[in-house]
Design a protein around this ligand. Structure first.
Ligand code: ATP
Length: 324
């Protein structure tokens, strides 16, 4: 391996820049030529590729988003698209590719490896929904952003004796909702991983709370739930109609994807970026960098993609004890 490319793919996440910086700088440190691929797999197909120097990644460690930009690329999922991407990669002399993204991006990398590219995956997504890793780059920052919003909503919910319904990101996984729900003292936490009964788990809980002297209520829901029961605004209306308690819905949306990464995201992204390059230097490829039991490890890409991840059931159980 002489030349290594790096790209970010799927949804952007704070800390991706720290990961790009780590990959580029450690690559240069070990004597590789480094290439930046823009807009995810699109850049491989269009040839939006250029050499990266140590200075190209200066002053980005503290910035959210990704300087390489990101995209979802349909063409890359076809054999024709992959073949084209491989020809362009060869034209640029790229021997290996570091992909920073989620499970979808890993699938793309795995398929691309079958065309001869040596790949390495880094977990980057705010949802923490990558099965093979306990932790993903951007998750800590996103949780802190949601926490900050929830604290603000709590102030106004208390002042007006209202119920607040907060919808947070998490299409397939409720890790953000569960953790922020606990940290923010939510009365009800609704996750895609857990079945619930609207009357029993929401309405009865609010009424019981009122009978116990509660004056304000926080309900947090992961966006995956909104497909089943409607989003925060719809839910707020239903709750107000049934309980008579003034209820407001807030959908946090894309604010959760931006912002300066936390120290944890910066340090983990940096360490994982260096680890990816060191493995390539040692001739190891088609691996995924993961965090397992607070250690950075690497896994076979197929093995990583076959894994399943569940919500922390113990934390879920405890959250309902704490919200009486
Ligand atoms: P996030 O969870 O943040 O959305 P992700 O990496 O899971 O991140 P996806 O949109 O699922 O995001 O995937 C990103 C890109 O990876 C896709 O647009 C596509 O180019 C590529 N990709 C996904 N699945 C496959 C697949 N099965 N084969 C080839 N390429 C794929």
């Amino acid at each position: 391996i002489k030349t290594i490319g790096v790209l970010t793919s799927g949804g952007d996440a704070p800390g991706m820049n720290a990961a790009i910086r780590a990959v580029v700088r450690s690559g240069i440190y070990y004597g590789f030529k480094m290439l930046g691929v823009r807009k995810g797999y699109n850049g491989l197909i269009t040839g939006d590729i250029s050499e990266m120097t140590a200075r190209n990644v200066s002053d980005i460690i503290h910035r959210g988003g990704t300087i390489l930009q990101t995209a979802r690329c349909k063409a890359f999922t076809t054999e024709e698209g992959m073949q084209k991407a491989m020809s362009i990669s060869r034209a640029f002399g790229m021997d290996a590719l570091v992909v920073i993204g989620g499970d979808g991006s890993y699938r793309g990398a795995r398929d691309f490896s079958k065309f001869g590219m040596k790949v390495m995956g880094l977990p980057g997504t705010i949802d923490n929904d990558i099965a093979s890793s306990d932790y993903t780059i951007g998750y800590d920052t996103a949780m802190n952003t949601v926490q900050d919003a929830l604290d603000k909503i709590r102030d106004t919910a208390y002042s007006h004796e209202r119920c607040s319904v907060l919808e947070v990101m998490g299409r397939r996984a409720g890790h953000i909702a569960l953790n922020v729900g606990i940290a923010g003292g939510a009365e009800v936490i609704l996750l895609p991983e857990k079945e619930f009964d609207f009357d029993k788990d929401i309405i009865r809980k609010i009424i019981q709370g009122r009978n116990n002297g509660k004056k304000n209520y926080i309900i947090i829901l992961a966006e995956g739930i909104s497909e089943k029961i409607g989003g925060a605004l719809e839910l707020a209306k239903k709750i107000e109609d049934l309980t008579g308690i003034e209820t407001r819905g807030t959908v946090l949306g894309y604010i959760q994807r931006g912002g300066s990464p936390t120290i944890q995201d910066r340090v983990m992204a940096s360490a994982m970026g260096v680890k990816a390059v060191e493995l390539l230097r040692d001739g190891v490829f088609n691996r995924i960098i993961s965090v397992k039991d607070a250690k950075i490890v690497d896994l076979d890409i197929d093995e990583a993609l076959s894994m399943k991840k569940d919500i922390d059931q113990d934390l879920l159980r405890m959250s309902s004890i704490l919200s009486i």
